[in-house]
Design a binder for this molecule. Structure first.
Ligand code: SAM
Ligand code: SF4
Length: 326
């Protein structure tokens, strides 16, 4: 479906839970409250929403969160979506995960049509990983990645660029990804939700990361795209690609094809705006026509662009990335 700026909206980021087993310092506060079960979409409501979204033209669904694997019925939902993929009504189902529970789920993912995963790792040094995630165990993630690899699932590593934290690991993260045959994307931090650090103190623009990389691997622009926001580059040194997501320094809103739905059934047509539509209310009334009407209206009213100012004291929006879905 086209929005009022002529963008074809065919990509949904579906946050199936706002809960997470980690507490990444840039993503959410250490002490945080999560949605109550009664306020979350149940499996039946997830399925009904998927039916309508696919009807209005969604072709790619990325399951996210919070951490999608902390939701107990996640595999049942993937099984349901896989039926649409088999009928070629969905082009792709994929997930973004912190990988801590991947070892347990990799085989089930493979059997339910998941061919690619994004796994978030901001440091390959166990102590630093534990620090940034507030207690995460890197080894569990690496075991999960190995298991996914064993089942032939392609992996992309997501790294949030963090000042005074991982600039010195950019090259080792690239080398490790290349050795394993993974693509990698570096992401600029976004001012989403209030945390105890100023966003400015965490922010590294993509241009700085590129400079560091070019000292080792000259970057060659390439056309590869997964229908997402990453701009990819090749190098002569290896076949893995290096991507950059630059929501602050060079936003990509003119080509944005995405909408997001939270685990509470709130549809946000833009990550950086507060305007929202509550689909759960309509699902509870079993008014599917209303759900469809609300989705179509939101797509039509999708804002032209976001306004992220990394130097501003207040966040661009109050909700955390873990709530809206990354
Ligand atoms: N828990 C899963 C994970 O970490 O991959 C999925 C949800 S997480 C919110 C999705 C992505 O958003 C992760 O790559 C995470 O690093 C990123 N993220 C979280 N907060 C962010 C922020 N304020 N700015 C930029 N990226 C952020
Ligand atoms: Fe959890 Fe992902 Fe946020 Fe880290 S980035 S706290 S893993 S939702």
């Amino acid at each position: 479906m086209l929005d009022s700026f002529g963008r074809n909206i065919d990509y949904l980021r579906f946050s199936v839970t706002d809960r997470c087993d980690l507490r990444c310092r840039y993503c959410m506060p250490e002490k945080t409250s999560f949605s109550q079960k009664k306020d979350m979409l149940d499996l039946n409501q997830l399925k009904k929403l998927a039916d309508v979204l696919i009807k209005v033209g969604i072709k790619k669904i990325r399951i996210t969160g919070g951490e999608p694997f902390v939701r107990k019925d996640i595999i049942s939902f993937l099984e349901y979506l896989f039926v649409y993929k088999k009928k070629q009504l969905l082009n792709e189902i994929t997930l973004t995960t912190n990988g801590t529970l991947l070892e347990k789920y990799a085989e089930k993912l493979k059997h339910n049509g998941i061919e690619r995963l994004n796994v978030s790792i901001d440091s390959l040094i166990p102590e630093k990983y534990s620090f940034i995630t507030n207690g995460g165990i890197l080894d569990n993630v690496l075991k999960g990645i190995d298991e996914a690899k064993k089942f032939g699932i392609r992996i992309k590593i997501n790294v949030v660029l963090l000042k005074n934290f991982n600039e010195d690991e950019i090259i080792s993260l690239i080398n490790w990804s290349a050795k394993n045959g993974f693509n990698i994307s570096f992401i600029e931090i976004m001012p989403l939700g209030e945390i105890k650090y100023s966003r400015d103190s965490q922010y590294i623009p993509v241009s700085v990361a590129k400079k560091i990389i070019e000292n080792h691997y000259p970057l060659i622009s390439c056309d590869y795209s997964t229908n997402g926001p990453s701009k990819y580059y090749k190098t002569k040194a290896f076949s893995s690609l290096i991507g950059f997501i630059s929501p602050i320094s060079n936003h990509f809103c003119e080509s944005c094809n995405r909408i997001r739905i939270t685990s509470n059934g709130i549809l946000y047509s833009c990550l950086g705006h507060e305007s929202a539509t509550n689909l759960k209310i309509s699902l509870e009334k079993n008014n599917i026509e209303e759900v469809e009407r609300k989705i179509r209206n939101s797509i039509k009213k999708k804002p032209e662009k976001h306004f992220f100012n990394i130097n501003e004291k207040d966040p661009a929006v109050k909700r955390f990335m873990s709530f809206t879905g990354g």
